[in-house]
Ligand binder design. Structure first.
Ligand SMILES: [Zn+2]
Ligand SMILES: [Zn+2]
Length: 133
């Protein structure tokens, strides 16, 4: 168990008591320290939601209309940093790597897929029985 963590924002190594707990975090804590999270929250709260019409692709460095980007809820502006073209290219490349092959064929992934589809169909049948009478 690590007791100290480096906050990537302020670059300070702090005791984990200065980090909020996050059950989804890989080490059980948030990435940023409490202070930085406070600052980030403030910035986010202040920033008005701007509608972007075009965006620079982080990969090909081209300014493209926003419809050329996939939606991504976890990013700041709601879109992926790479354009669709680069995104698909990257995925294609990745799918040819050994790493991907190992990942897809790992027991964990197989189990995950099985459970995912089980859930998916359960939900599907549940919905179809509710809506159809
Ligand atoms: Zn920090
Ligand atoms: Zn691109």
């Amino acid at each position: 168990m690590k007791n100290f963590k480096e906050c990537p924002k302020c670059r300070e190594v702090k005791s984990v008591i200065y980090f909020d707990r996050n059950s989804k975090g890989y080490d059980g804590y948030y990435w940023y320290c409490k202070d930085c999270r406070k600052i980030i929250r403030k910035i986010y709260a202040k920033r008005p939601k701007i509608k972007v019409s075009q965006k620079m692709c982080s990969n090909c460095q081209e300014l493209k209309p926003i419809r050329k980007f996939y939606k991504n809820n976890s990013s700041r502006d709601g879109y992926t940093s790479r354009c669709k073209e680069c995104f698909n290219k990257k995925i294609k490349e990745y799918r040819q790597t050994e790493r991907y092959y190992k990942f897809v064929n790992s027991d964990k992934q197989k189990k995950y897929r099985r459970e995912y589809y089980r859930e998916y169909y359960r939900e599907y049948y549940r919905k179809s029985t509710i809506s159809g009478d």
